[in-house]
Structure formats: structure tokens, C-alpha cells
Design a protein around this ligand. Structure first.
Ligand SMILES: C[S@@+](CC[C@H](N)C(=O)[O-])C[C@H]1O[C@@H](n2cnc3c(N)ncnc32)[C@H](O)[C@@H]1O
Length: 326
């Protein structure tokens, strides 16, 4: 894995002579995020901190969407200089996210896309990420919001709500990895995450008891674009179909038969909770689900994949899905 936790890695990567100074959005950009993010920011003039901004088009897309009261920070002076040259009308500052020079409570929103993942790659990743959360919490106003997109799973992200010194309440969801549907060469599919985690943390410290209760009552938030278990299961089937087309393919580690069974169990559990026999839409949903399950005839094909894995051609790296394939 590249040395994501080392500053020199980022400076070299952003250097025009290095891996490239081409703008790059990790995981996803504004086009996908807008339906989830826009309803969570109720004031376009709100003060927003884009933390670990890199050269992601997201910052300028945010600006173009009307969120102009934003400041972008990154500890790589290389990328900040490039971004200043590209977008001189926007605010770009070289700053360490672990030791920010902002006053307490300066921001209504902090937006983090994948800085959390980078921090998890630092030596002492968990402790460093806790420090990051403490800093983000500090610079947020009471009732301020941290919006975050991560390659880590939901339960690996929401735990940071309880980082020492923090008073966050959090709702998370899965967002479809749209790169699965773009022009990515199909042989890469099996190495790509099916979903990314989106999290919305609300800061409680400093709120009156009444406001605190109100914020509490809003969670779990209804997040637009959240991937349902049913959609997740359909995506897994799609991946298996795609992978089975290629003559020599590794097992994609989430597509084992037992993993699919777990996934369908979760879908059926959802249905059991929601099903009202009188509701036509639910009946249709069950019909679609059954069709998806029939597709599991593909499970026969899985036997071949599993043999492949036993031969040692797959499943070699735990946590691989957290590594961005770019
Ligand atoms: C995975 S990239 C994400 C870039 C961008 N947010 C995106 O979504 O495309 C992580 C970024 O965090 C920056 N970074 C890493 N550690 C940092 C720190 N301590 N303070 C500020 N920026 C940091 C890196 O320079 C890099 O630009």
C-alpha cells in the first residue's frame, strides 16, 4: 500500500513530475454527493471548512453550487499552491488538520472526504484519527455539523463520535460506489468497494438542553441516496456476473456464497420489519427480491470461484477494499 500516512507521499504525488497534478476526487464528487449533502446544509452562506482538500474538484464544485463561504486546507504546500493558481478567487491555506490555527467554534460545517482514511494510515492511526476528530469538534460551532465520506465501513467511522473530548451524535449510511458503473476496466471491478460510508456528525456541546434534545430527536437522519440492503444485494449479484465473464478472475472477497447469504438475510429481515400485506408496493418489492434471489442460481458459478480461492489466487489482503484504486 502507498505511504498515505507520510506527507512526502502527498507532496510527490501532487508534484507535476510525480504521479500527477491532475485534479482527482477520491471516491466520488459533487455530482453524486449533492443529493445527500445539499439537504444537510440549510444555509448557503454557512462557513464551511474543507479539510484535507487535495486537488479534488469537489471544492470548486461546491463553490459553483453556491457554497462560497468556504476555506480549503491541506498540509501539502505543493497542492495548495496549485489550487491557488487554478482557483485564485477561492481561499486555500496550508495547514495541518491536527493542529489548526482556527479559533474555537469558527465553522458551521466541516467537510471531510477521505482525510479520515489517510489518518488511519498514519502510525498510531486510531489515536491520530481521534485527534483529528477532537480538532474538527473544536472548530465547529455548537450544533455545527461534520459531513464525512470514507472508505471505511460504517461501524469503523461512527465510533469516532465518542472520541475523547467530543460530543457528537452521528447518523451513517452507505453510498453506492458509482465508479463501479463508469468506464472502469472490468478487470478492476473485483478490487473496488461496493459502497462508501457517508456520515453526518452533529456537535452537541454548547447547546441549550432544549436544542440538544431537538438535535437528538433528528437522529437517525433520513439520508438521501442511502443504499438499501436490497440494492446492495443486487450490486453483489452484478459483480459476480461481471467477474464470471472474465476467463481468469480472482474471488472478490465480499462475494463469497456465505457473504451473499448474510446479505440476503439482512434484506429479508428488513422486509419482515416493514411488510404490510395490504401495501401493493411492498408486494412488488418482494417480487423484485425474489427475482434477485433466483439470480442466485449463479451461486452454482460461485463454486468455481471458491475453488479458485483455495488455490491461493485470491483473498490475499484483508482490508483491501479500503485501498483506493485510482
Ligand atoms: C485521500 S486525499 C483526499 C483528498 C480530497 N479530500 C478528496 O476527497 O479527493 C487526503 C488528503 O489529505 C491531506 N492530508 C493528509 N494529512 C493531512 C494533515 N495532517 N493535515 C492536512 N491535510 C492532510 C493529503 O495531503 C491529501 O491531499
Amino acid at each position: 500500500m502507498p505511504a498515505y500516512g507520510i506527507k512526502k507521499y502527498w507532496d510527490d504525488r501532487y508534484d507535476a513530475d510525480g504521479m500527477g497534478d491532475e485534479p482527482f476526487d477520491w471516491m466520488c464528487g459533487w455530482k453524486q454527493l449533492s443529493e445527500t449533502v445539499a439537504p444537510l446544509i440549510d444555509d448557503k452562506n454557512a462557513r464551511i471548512l474543507m479539510i484535507g482538500c487535495g486537488n479534488a474538484p469537489l471544492s470548486s464544485d461546491f463553490w459553483d453550487a453556491g457554497y462560497k463561504n468556504q476555506i480549503n486546507i491541506d498540509y501539502s504546500e505543493v497542492v495548495i499552491k496549485q489550487q491557488k493558481d487554478r482557483f485564485p478567487h477561492m481561499e486555500w491555506v496550508v495547514m495541518d488538520a491536527l493542529n489548526m490555527t482556527f479559533e474555537d467554534g469558527e465553522f458551521d460545517y466541516v467537510f471531510d472526504k477521505s482525510l479520515i482514511d489517510t489518518m488511519m494510515c498514519y502510525e498510531d492511526g486510531v489515536e491520530t484519527t481521534e485527534k483529528l476528530f477532537l480538532e474538527m469538534h473544536r472548530v465547529l460551532k455548537p450544533g455545527g455539523r461534520l459531513l464525512q465520506v470514507s472508505l471505511h465501513k460504517e461501524d469503523e467511522v461512527d465510533v469516532f463520535a465518542a472520541s475523547p473530548g467530543c460530543s457528537f451524535i452521528v447518523t451513517t449510511c452507505k453510498l453506492k460506489n458509482m465508479k463501479l458503473y463508469d468506464d472502469t476496466p472490468k478487470q478492476d471491478l473485483q478490487n473496488m468497494a461496493l459502497f462508501h460510508t457517508f456520515a453526518c456528525f452533529d456537535k452537541l456541546d454548547g447547546l441549550s438542553e432544549k436544542d440538544r434534545d431537538w438535535v437528538f430527536s433528528q437522529h437517525p437522519l433520513k439520508l438521501n441516496g442511502a443504499l438499501s440492503n436490497q440494492e446492495l444485494a443486487a450490486m453483489k449479484v452484478m459483480i459476480i456476473e461481471e467477474c464470471s465473464k472474465s476467463p481468469r478472475t480472482r474471488l472478490w472477497r465480499d462475494c463469497t456464497a456465505s457473504n451473499l447469504v448474510d446479505c440476503f438475510d439482512a434484506v429479508l429481515e428488513d422486509w419482515a420489519k416493514q411488510f404490510q400485506p395490504t401495501e401493493m408496493s411492498k408486494l412488488e418489492e418482494v417480487g423484485q427480491g425474489l427475482q434477485a434471489i433466483r439470480k442466485l442460481d449463479l451461486a452454482k458459478g460461485l463454486e468455481g470461484f471458491e475453488e479458485d480461492q483455495e488455490e491461493g489466487s485470491g483473498g490475499d489482503d484483508e482490508g483491501e477494499e479500503f485501498v483506493q484504486v485510482d
